[in-house]
Design a protein around this ligand. Structure first.
Ligand SMILES: *[C@@H]1O[C@H](CO)[C@@H](O)[C@H](O)[C@H]1NC(C)=O
Ligand SMILES: *[C@@H]1O[C@H](CO)[C@@H](O)[C@H](O)[C@H]1NC(C)=O
Length: 380
């Protein structure tokens, strides 16, 4: 914006002041026009750049680490379908991340779908899965050819509303939502708890450290940063990720498991938005999560009330810190937060596969006609 103020036109305008005349007046008009035009252009460019960035950047690169073997297999578009199977077209690889498309039966016992990423299959696809963040830069990223009769479009998104721009692109186009929210057409959370077949002997990993927090996206406007700034006055917190200590994907669990507590702080506070920060980083590593996200009641729909500490359980960060120090000194009290593990086992989905398999399952069952007029109205 400063560029437009020191433009040659502005210099000329100041010289023109010495000879006041109608020319000066015309100059002023011209200058004001040029200035507002450049300011407008700069602002427009800035907001467009922001949307483009958020539409293409992976916010949480740790989310789908593919530590588990299969990633080396080259995923292919399929070349043949089995009679009677639904053909499901992935309009894009989610965030460009590839994974094997033929694992639903083997891993999740869900069969009856042939997945492909080959867009030449569009006209014979029974369903198309649109991963929001890969199609949100421009409406032209959506399929442009007429939709074949009976083809359903599935809107797939695991990002919070704050990180899901341009929802209005989807108006009147989508038949089913695939999302972490419980009221989605196809509910696919980041994780869940499963009953164990027999009582388990869960051992808390040996702890030598107190509190860890891994954060890749340091945005000072987020609630979690404000809370952290309070908390760190009363407690030593070891920071990982971003510009802090490195936390390579393969080392996440072993590193965090040395800590008694993990700050599972979500980047946005939204209904059901409980991510891998809880399921993977905390629970899989046998570390007690301190959560900041939706309400305690909301968390309790996903896991037992004594499986986590909620920041809202305390009037301030100071009291929370005091309680963590208390638990640190009382192994028996600390251990009570792991009792539930005798009967329940947490599962964190660190792979894309489950979400697509769930789409397959739902598409085979839900056959009613439906169009969602506005995802934007619902997804906030
Ligand atoms: C934890 O520490 C105990 C006692 O020092 C030791 O016997 C045990 O092997 C350790 N467990 C793990 C998982 O390292
Ligand atoms: C899916 O949505 C489209 C677009 O609104 C609509 O024309 C079509 O009838 C819907 N299909 C089903 C199976 O609900």
């Amino acid at each position: 914006m400063t560029c437009s103020l020191s433009s040659p036109a502005a210099d000329m305008a100041s010289k023109a002041q010495t000879a006041p005349s109608w020319k000066t007046f015309v100059f002023y008009i011209l200058i004001s026009f040029l200035t507002s035009f450049s300011v407008f252009t700069v602002l427009r460019g800035a907001s467009k750049a922001r949307v483009d960035k958020i539409c293409t950047k992976v916010e949480t690169p740790t989310m789908y680490y593919t530590g588990e073997s299969d990633s080396k297999k080259t995923p292919r578009g399929t070349t043949s379908t089995i009679e009677g199977e639904l053909v499901i077209l992935l309009w894009t690889w989610p965030f460009g991340q590839r994974f094997p498309l033929d694992q639903c039966a083997r891993i999740h016992g869900i069969s009856g779908c042939t997945f492909t990423v080959d867009r030449s299959w569009y006209s014979r696809a029974d369903a198309v899965i649109l991963h929001h963040r890969d199609v949100c830069s421009s409406k032209t990223q959506l399929p442009q050819e007429p939709r074949p009769f009976n083809q359903r479009w599935v809107w797939f998104n695991l990002e919070s509303p704050r990180h899901s721009p341009n929802l209005h692109f989807m108006d009147n186009l989508i038949n089913l939502t695939l999302n972490y929210r419980r009221d989605s057409d196809i509910f696919s959370p980041y994780g869940l708890v499963e009953r164990t077949k027999s009582p388990q002997d869960f051992r808390i990993p040996n702890k030598t450290k107190l509190v860890a927090w891994a954060v890749s996206n340091w945005d000072p406007t987020l609630t979690r940063v404000a809370y952290y700034n309070q908390l760190k006055n009363h407690l030593n917190i070891d920071m990982y990720g971003g510009r802090n200590r490195p936390l390579p994907p393969g080392k996440t669990i072993s590193t965090i498991s040395q800590y008694k507590f993990y700050l599972a702080f979500e980047n946005s506070l939204n209904q059901d938005y409980i991510t891998e920060k809880l399921w993977h980083n905390s629970l899989l590593s046998g570390t007690l999560p301190v959560v900041l996200g939706p309400t305690r009641e909301n968390y309790e729909l996903f896991l037992p009330s004594d499986a986590f500490i909620h920041v809202n359980d305390f009037p301030s960060a100071k009291e929370l810190a005091a309680y963590l120090h208390f638990l640190d000194a009382n192994d028996e009290q600390y251990g009570r937060y792991f009792e539930w593990r005798k009967r329940l086992q947490p599962i964190g989905y660190t792979d894309w596969t489950i979400h697509y398999c769930k789409a397959c399952q739902a598409l085979r069952q839900q056959l009613n006609y439906k169009t969602i007029p506005s995802i934007a109205k619902w997804y906030k």
